[in-house]
Design a protein around this ligand. Structure first.
Ligand code: PAF
Length: 300
């Protein structure tokens, strides 16, 4: 694995790989890898000849009161994990490399960014799409892998790539959970033991809501009540939102039919946590995607 910090070196390595016919897989990250990141690297490794992982904590996507300075990092551990997953290039740029001067050009995806996390983090998605557009431009034509835990981010980045005709195929990969159901996140590292235990209510509430839908519940308000009622039993968990939205355009729905995203966000201790499931209701079947539980050997 090569580790490079300059965009120019990254481009040279990826161009060389493409010149000999390699298909490029790209996993953008902010580091502090867990099994979710590793599953993205594994998917990229399985489907491509040359794998790039970027590790950049992007200041543009943090609000003024958010946790940029406290965001966890461990470059040695991350390098070892990326190497173990067979990554070819780890791109670790500085902030100056990505933003050499004050940025006056940003990418905004309208509509999809208004609700869910966009409501309480109004500048967040512009920060994400701006940096992802820059990273896509540096890596060039590729398949890019994003986790479905960040379902809104995935929808927004996919739409950006389509609208701007970027030569990137955006691929969504399963949300990965801890054995007690908590969705894996670098931010779980902030949780004190009692908060960590309490945080598991988010996935328990989603499982309960999934059971209601599997039993035939089709009223979005009823599902919402199940979620909020259960989450309210955990005083350490301050709910930001629990929403039932169309999985494609992210607009609220009243009836659960077609593909529906059920998403929650909450503040727990110093961390802001998100979780979700996708429900696909057809005329004769109901599929619920709650992600996968990481095997013990995959937890890092
Ligand atoms: O999901 C993340 O880690 C970040 O939002 C991303 C996509 C790497 C952009 O900074």
């Amino acid at each position: 694995m090569r580790t490079v910090a300059r965009a120019h070196d990254l481009r040279a390595l990826v161009d060389d790989a493409r010149a000999i016919g390699s298909r490029v897989g790209f996993v953008p990250t902010m580091g502090y890898f867990h099994a979710g990141h590793r599953s993205l690297m594994r998917a990229a490794r399985a489907e491509n000849d040359f794998v790039v992982v970027s590790l950049f904590v992007n200041p543009l996507q943090f609000g003024p009161t958010e946790d940029l300075s406290a965001y966890p990092s461990d470059l040695d551990r991350d390098s070892a994990a990326a190497e173990a997953e067979g990554v070819d290039v780890l791109f670790t740029p500085t902030t100056e490399e990505i933003y050499p001067r004050p940025i006056v050009t940003t990418v905004h995806v309208d509509g999809l960014t208004n609700g869910l996390c966009g409501r309480s983090r109004p500048t967040h998605f512009d920060g994400v799409t701006t940096v992802v557009a820059k990273l896509f431009s540096m890596v060039g034509p590729c398949r890019a892998y994003f986790g479905r835990k960040d379902a809104q981010q995935l929808a927004v980045v996919r739409r950006m790539a389509e609208d701007l005709d970027l030569p990137v195929e955006v691929i969504g990969c399963p949300l990965v959970r801890e054995p007690d159901g908590l969705a894996m996140s670098s931010r779980n590292a902030y949780l004190e033991p009692d908060d960590r235990r309490a945080a598991a209510i988010l996935s328990r509430a989603l499982h309960e809501a999934a059971a209601e839908v599997a039993n035939g519940e089709r009223d979005a308000d009823s599902v919402h009540r199940v979620l909020t009622g259960l989450i309210a039993t955990e005083p350490r968990v301050q709910l930001d939102y629990a929403e039932v939205v169309d999985a494609h355009d992210l607009t609220p729905v009243t009836k659960i039919t077609g593909d529906v995203l059920v998403a929650v966000a909450a503040n727990v201790g110093r961390g802001r946590l998100i979780d979700n499931m996708t429900v696909s209701v057809g005329p004769h079947s109901v599929d619920v995607d709650l992600g996968v539980v990481a095997r013990e050997t995959e937890r890092v």
